[in-house]
Design a protein around this ligand. Structure first.
Ligand SMILES: *Cc1c(COP(=O)(O)O)cnc(C)c1O
Ligand SMILES: [Zn+2]
Length: 430
């Protein structure tokens, strides 16, 4: 028996959730999103054993509908665990939380005035633990892995997921193994080491790291918590969809602009909208789901434009927005289906456009944007110019991480250095 799968259940820490009452679990099934094949729901699983694609957790939504009126959420704590009936962790004592989720949905009137939009919002995900929204999926994945008896965790990462796993694994008392490209931002490497993760730098991209992690998982060294290869991560990310609905008074916006790498966010939010409609929390109207990628790594945009349901490997993938450096994604069809069904679109942004957009957001609103967040603002203005979006549309752009995690990028051009020996030094201060 593999060392990472023995036993069922674990004492957990309990201490991380002292005042959270036990609730019934409504989790019913674990099913393939592609072929419908069911897997054992209470076992550590990665992908469909029939077709190799993405597994989704399902819940008894009729029962949740009867026991949880949406207004009852108001009294709950401000983390994503407020939606615990719709998350796959059966026992609250297994919840590993650092306060993730329920991030502010900030009205952005100054940025809106600059860009012409009268109802612009920024979902500020940089305020999550470890400075990115990866904390959401990782909190759920680690909690569930602990509940199902995992004794070690492994992850391939473009950066932020590794840092998040390092933190949550520490809090769970589980060893973890993080594999990231050698040229990942320094902050991501340092946070892994700080939290005590086993960090390995790889000559290659996230998909190369993924292969190493899958081999290690097959050898029983750890449980693989790769994005969309571990079904809890999409559940954690789907709470962004619940939050936007709740924060807008159970009305969805006209458009959501989201920087897309592995795609868990788009896929998760789309699933959340479906669940909420089935519980009678929202109607059938959906926001246009807009995927933003970097010109140097745009497999989803390319597949969208070609009318394909699957994306091919994007060769020579490169971009400074490390979260978007994902040349191939197992959930491509889920993203592309959601974008198309919503009447949305997919668009690229050039690397040179990131820093000016980060600066624009930071100066207008006091928000610290990751380059991926900057990309959503560039996309907003491009889609305004093309007429795809109207300036009267209510639009949510996602800032998925904090600028400080990308200090190398910010350093370039943002920090002028004065030479006191230069007679014209005062002129430079003007
Ligand atoms: C991972 C990441 C993304 C991409 O998110 P997905 O949900 O995997 O598509 C975007 N921005 C940042 C900062 C990230 O870390
Ligand atoms: Zn399948």
């Amino acid at each position: 028996m593999a060392s990472n799968t023995h036993g069922s259940g674990n004492s957990g820490t309990g201490a991380s959730v002292p005042d959270r009452p036990a609730v019934r679990s409504y989790l019913t099934r674990l099913v393939c999103s592609m072929c419908g094949h069911p897997e054992e729901v209470d076992r550590l699983k990665n992908v469909c054993t029939a077709c190799g694609r993405v597994l989704f957790y399902e819940y008894d939504l009729d029962a949740v509908r009867e026991t949880l009126p949406r207004d009852a959420l108001r009294a709950r704590d401000a983390t994503l665990w407020r939606y615990r009936e719709l998350l796959p962790v059966r026992e609250t004592r297994h919840i590993i939380s650092l306060g993730e989720g329920m991030t502010p949905l900030l009205p952005a009137p100054r940025l809106g005035a600059v860009s012409g939009f009268s109802q612009l919002y920024v979902k500020e995900e940089g305020l999550n633990p470890t400075g990115s929204f990866k904390a959401r999926g990782i909190s759920v994945a680690v909690s569930r892995a602990l509940e199902l008896g995992a004794t070690a965790l492994g992850i391939p990462t473009a950066g932020n997921a590794g840092g998040a796993l390092a933190a949550y694994a520490a809090r769970a008392g589980l060893p973890c193994y993080v594999l990231m490209p050698e040229d990942t931002p320094l902050a991501n490497k340092l946070e892994c080491v700080l939290y005590g993760a086993n960090l390995y730098l790889v000559k290659g991209l996230i998909n190369d790291c993924g292969r190493i992690v899958r081999e290690g998982a097959a050898a029983g060294r750890w449980f693989d918590v790769s994005t969309l290869r571990e079904p809890g991560r999409a559940e954690g990310k789907k709470t962004m969809g619940y939050e936007i609905a709740e924060q807008l008074g159970w009305e969805l916006p006209d458009a959501i602009i989201y920087p897309t790498g592995g795609g868990t966010g788009i896929v998760g939010m789309w699933k959340a909208f479906d669940e909420m409609e089935r519980m009678g929390w929202i109607g059938s109207r959906r926001p246009k789901m807009i995927s933003v990628q970097a010109e140097g790594c745009a497999p989803i945009v390319r597949a969208f434009e070609a009318g394909e349901r699957h994306a091919t490997l994007f060769a020579n993938a490169h971009t400074v927005a490390s979260g978007l450096r994902v040349p191939v994604a197992i959930g491509d069809y889920l993203m592309l289906d959601a974008i198309r069904a919503s009447g949305g679109t997919a668009i690229t942004v050039h690397d040179d456009e990131f820093t000016p957009a980060m600066r624009a957001i930071a100066r207008a609103e006091g928000i610290s944007p990751a380059p991926e967040g900057g990309a959503t603002y560039v996309a907003l203005t491009k889609l305004r110019d093309s007429g795809f979006l109207k300036t009267s549309d209510r639009v949510v752009i996602f800032n998925t991480g904090a600028a400080w995690k990308y200090s190398e990028l910010l350093e370039t051009g943002l920090l002028p250095v004065l030479d006191p020996a230069d007679p014209a030094v005062q002129a430079q201060i003007a």
